[in-house]
Design a protein around this ligand. Structure first.
Ligand code: ADP
Length: 408
């Protein structure tokens, strides 16, 4: 069956666009949400630009689009969709500042506001805006919605989102903690609440610690569907150790590196964002699969560094989860998601092991089989709190929010 034969199943489809600086992740999701066409345009602006497309039947194809920019790539993506035309487009936008507490329709006014916020996310927001401009140039009349990574965290109380720095930096310059990966934390906490079997929680309100562990990593405390605190801050650099990002460091580090090694701010920025985390500590890779392999092979030349990277990653994640439990009036359990959270039973077990004081007990057989998109719990009956793996589905959540904003 071709994508075109799927037009019936893909009734009123919404196109989800997630633009990075040189990539576009896309999905076309029908009204019943069970049918989906999806893919990735990557290496944009280079001779190696290409689209990896997956049809509604799961057939995969690769299309070369040498030197294509965002607009040309989107044009080619739309050609792959055949006669299935979206009724609306939902865009992932990373930073909505404290202006956007929820998803919003693209208008000249809201676009201008997002452009103003680009200073807070110089690596991300301009790419997201390029996606909106590309869609507008192809479909000037199609309704578009922006779904912000930060919006879910706008419920954080001031005690969690303020930095202990002079007040005017907050009031005059919006310097505060925002939190990211909101779409993912919202999706998995919502799903966990539906699946959870815990009884006896006050008013049936559920309290979750959600751990999104991928290349970017963050943990969030969610109570009764609201973000109460999260590990990322003004930028997606704060918090956990990540693939190439350092997470928390002593804020005195910048001055020290400048004074002693004469590093300038952009060098320090690049070092903390691109050369740190698993890559920096292991010295060879940001890929957790490879780190686990090297850590379990005592004869590997990078064994010791890889083992330390793995242990640090898990120790810091456990430590952060433990601290975020302070933000929950009541705790139901922990949810793991993201490429590492969904696939690595080793990392999950180590993180739970770090949280020794919490009375968490793993059902090892259940933990082992939760890989490759499987959803389920892995706590044993005598565990004090629940443990879940919920594969994240940011595209689905963006689709739902887009439909809600447009009343589709
Ligand atoms: P992104 O944040 O870029 O969306 P992902 O959520 O896809 O990233 O996560 C990528 C990470 O997931 C990589 O570190 C990768 O090694 C890790 N990962 C994927 N599969 C496994 C696995 N089976 N075991 C351990 N880590 C895995």
């Amino acid at each position: 069956m071709t994508d075109m034969n799927h037009s019936d199943a893909l009734q009123n489809p919404v196109l989800i666009v997630n633009c990075g600086s040189s990539s576009i992740k896309y999905a076309l999701i029908g009204a019943d949400a069970t049918h989906r066409i999806e893919g990735l345009a990557e290496n944009l602006g280079t001779p190696d630009a290409r689209i990896k497309h997956k049809s509604a039947t799961g057939d995969k194809s690769e299309i070369s689009i040498p030197d294509a920019d965002h607009t040309q790539a989107l044009q080619s993506v739309l050609e792959q969709l055949g006669d299935v035309t979206p009724v609306a487009v939902g865009h992932r936008v990373v930073h909505g500042g404290d202006v956007f507490g929820e998803a919003t329709k693209v208008t000249l006014g809201t676009l201008a506001e997002v452009k103003n916020l680009s200073a807070l996310a110089p690596l991300h927001n301009p790419a997201n805006l390029a996606g909106i401009e590309a869609v507008t140039s192809i479909y000037p009349d199609l309704p578009q919605v922006m779904v912000f990574d930060t919006a879910f965290h706008q419920t954080m109380p001031e005690v969690a989102y303020r930095y202990a720095i002079p007040k005017n930096l907050y009031t005059d310059h919006a310097i505060r903690r925002y939190g990211f990966h909101g779409t993912s934390h919202a999706f998995v906490s919502n799903r966990a609440s539906k699946l959870s079997t815990s009884a006896g929680n006050r008013d049936d309100k559920k309290g979750w610690l959600t751990a999104h562990l991928g290349n970017g990593c963050s943990v969030t405390a969610v109570y009764d569907g609201n973000s109460m605190d999260s590990s990322m801050g003004l930028t997606p650099l704060e918090g956990l150790m990540m693939g190439t990002r350092s997470g928390d460091v002593d804020p005195g580090l910048h001055g020290h590196l400048h004074r002693t090694l004469d590093m300038d701010l952009s060098e320090i920025d690049t070092m903390l964002n691109k050369k740190s985390g698993l890559l920096g500590v292991s010295t060879v890779t940001n890929d957790m699969r490879t780190i686990e392999e090297m850590a379990s092979d005592a004869s590997h030349e990078h064994h010791a560094d890889a083992k330390l990277a793995l242990e640090m990653f898990c120790y810091r994640a456990g430590r952060y989860l433990a601290s975020l439990s302070c933000a929950l009036p009541e705790m139901t359990g922990i949810v793991f998601t993201g490429g590492i959270g969904e696939n690595s039973s080793t990392v999950r077990a180590k993180i739970v092991g770090v949280m020794r004081q919490f009375g968490l007990k793993i059902d090892e057989a259940k933990n082992e089989v939760l890989i490759r998109g499987e959803e389920g719990s892995f706590h044993s009956d005598d565990s004090r709190y629940e443990l879940w793996v919920i594969p994240t589905d940011e595209e689905y959540r963006i689709c739902e929010e887009t439909r809600a904003v447009l009343d589709l």
